[in-house]
Design a protein around this ligand. Structure first.
Ligand SMILES: CC(C)(COP(=O)(O)OP(=O)(O)OC[C@H]1O[C@@H](n2cnc3c(N)ncnc32)[C@H](O)[C@@H]1OP(=O)(O)O)[C@@H](O)C(=O)NCCC(=O)NCCS
Length: 208
């Protein structure tokens, strides 16, 4: 690590607008559905854009030789008389892992949070994420509490079924409308034609 530090020092700085896309893509590479399904589902570009807007002082990147080595995104929560620092996302480019990058990012964000009144730090991750659990343990985070996530496949939900039926009926009606030319009825006196309104086309029924 000493050689690496001397040749290509890790430089930690605040996230800039140009970092948003690279940070998002690095997160996509790290938070994969096979390894960490919950992290995968909740990671998107709005996480980066949103936190960059609301908490820029706790959004940091590490770079080395102009290359993105890692990022940390955090926030502060104030509850009654307590102020908590919360690390929401932390990721290190696999090329630079085990070289102290996360260490530097966490140290810097924690220092900033202490300056801003935080007296307690929070972090969460997937229980199977051994590198992260070991990393945070080593940094002094403890008192692990398991938290369970429940999920439901909404394609089995009755409202979803009703919505699909409604969409099918709508598509059928649209097909029916396209396949039939407009029907024109003759007036009894054989005068000008008049469009007969198709009651199906004007049906305003809703899926609910
Ligand atoms: C967890 C993570 C951020 C650690 O980053 P890092 O820069 O490699 O960590 P550091 O080099 O600063 O710290 C290394 C220490 O963390 C722990 N650690 C890191 N990776 C580890 C691994 N694969 N296995 C076991 N321990 C590991 C060890 O205690 C290690 O110390 P050691 O090298 O002396 O054994 C990185 O592995 C990562 O980006 N993982 C994918 C994203 C993720 O899970 N983020 C956290 C949840 S949001």
């Amino acid at each position: 690590m000493t050689d690496f530090d001397e040749i290509n020092p890790i430089y930690v700085r605040e996230l800039r607008i140009d970092d948003i896309a690279p940070v998002y893509h690095l997160g996509e590479e790290l938070f994969t559905s096979d390894l960490y399904p919950y992290l995968y589902r909740t990671w998107d570009e709005w996480e980066v854009i949103g936190l960059y807007n609301t908490d820029p002082e706790y959004c940091l990147v590490a770079e080395t030789d102009g290359e993105l080595a890692g990022f940390i995104l955090g926030t502060i929560i104030t509850k009654a008389s307590w102020t908590y620092g919360y690390i929401l996302w932390l990721g290190v480019n696999p090329k630079f892992q085990r070289q102290g990058v996360a260490d530097k990012l966490v140290d810097k964000v924690v220092a900033r949070m202490i300056e801003d009144g935080a007296r307690f730090m929070l972090v969460d991750t997937d229980p199977t994420n051994i590198p992260a659990v070991k990393f945070f343990n080593r940094k002094g985070f403890g008192n692990i509490r398991q938290h369970i996530f429940l999920s439901m496949n909404l394609s089995k939900h009755p409202y979803y079924g009703r919505l699909i039926d409604y969409e099918h009926q709508k598509a059928e009606r649209a097909g029916y409308k396209r396949s039939r030319p407009a029907i024109r009825a003759r007036k009894a006196d054989g005068g000008a034609n008049e469009i007969v309104i198709n009651p199906l086309i004007n049906d305003e029924s809703s899926p609910i």
